[in-house]
Design a protein around this ligand. Sequence first.
Ligand code: SF4
Ligand code: MG
Length: 465
Amino acid sequence: CGVVGVYGHPEAAAVVRWALLALQHRGQESAGIASLDRHGRVGIHRGMGLVADVLQPEHLARLAGHAAIGHVRYSTTGASRLENAQPILSRFRGRFLAVAHNGNFVNAVELRGRLEEEGSIFQTTTDTEVVAHLVARHGGTTRQALPWVLRQIAGAWALVFLDPDGVIATRDPLGIRPLSLGLLRYSDAQAPAWIVASETCALDSVGATVVREVEPGEVVHLGPDGVRTVARMDLPPGARGTQAGGGLCAFEAIYLARPDSVLFDQSVHGLRKEMGRALALRHPAEADLVTGVPDSSLSAAMGYAEQLGLPFEMGLIRNRYIGRTFIQPGQSERRLAVHAKLNAVRKVVEGRRVVLVDDSIVRGTTARHIVELLRRAGAAQVHVRIASPPYRFPCHYGVDTAHRSELIAAGRDVEAVRAAIGADSLAFLPLETMLDVLKGPACVACFTGVYPVPVEDPADKLALE
Ligand code: SF4
Ligand code: MG
């Protein structure tokens, strides 16, 4: 998912909409905005589908005000349907609270069970809604309630709230999900507006200056007094420190984020290119050309080619009007989308020994299909190089919903994966090499099975249905 919050701009909802367009790659199932005007009135509009379709000019006209938050959804807990679209809006004690979440609470089932026993009535089947109920339970304002609320939830989050006092944003204590803070000067006469967003590309796209990341565990308030840190959350009990597998999600750098964003204090394009170079050093291939899988692996493929002095070619072309295939809810839909999405360029690959660099192999659907495409287009050999380690363990922190049984590298060695995808050779980027490139503490649980926030009772995506 992608989240945004803006405070202090006369057309806050319009700014949020542009920022959401820049975060569209993070979720394509639903989109929404909640807004606050000077009279304390809240507006909301949400719908299934893409930002450009869901948030049209007539909807923006009803989202007036100086503060707003927004969300694009890729579901990891709760079915893909309108009630589960965000922001989620709740009203209690004459106040309102809207919340938008990227991440996943690993103890949502338990928390929800407890809240329901105590009388809470839920409107959605998302993990996110427990936060609103906990704030309501506390009795104070959102700002007063949050330290108490956040101590009870476990997992990964970038959370953005809108209440009558403005926008509040917070990141989980390990900083697994990203969130950046920016400053938007829209007029010489007015105080600047403040903005938080999942990725810096969203700040750039609205003309904001990137100020810094929201720090792991930090709670920031964006209001009439500017930006203030109002609380800092400690590591949850049982969590491993950043030296032992806690930190920003490595998959953000590998695949999720846009190449023009900054993560781990580095350009994502630069990081991916470095990973491609490192992969070439560790696992070179005898070949005529290197090709990537548009768009997510192009940076890594470029680095791989550059390192070996091989031509970087467009061996595959992607249909730009089909969304991210991974981000399609079901496996059969995903398979159809993969076919419609990519085609090989015969002129480039015919009779050639091709190195195919992809950013990751998760289920293997894409990889198997592409190897076959290249062979049908006449490639003499297909050597697959993956710019990340084998993905062997499910993510419980909001990136994907695969079960271990669906992960092609789970319980298979590299040779078995090679055979399964039909490549002439296959190699992965070693974990230590990837960590050297990232330079900072990172979550790598899907590669190691060491979960920085303990997951006691792994819940299904539909556990709350
Ligand atoms: Fe990212 Fe993997 Fe950690 Fe999930 S388990 S947050 S995908 S690094
Ligand atoms: Mg890809």
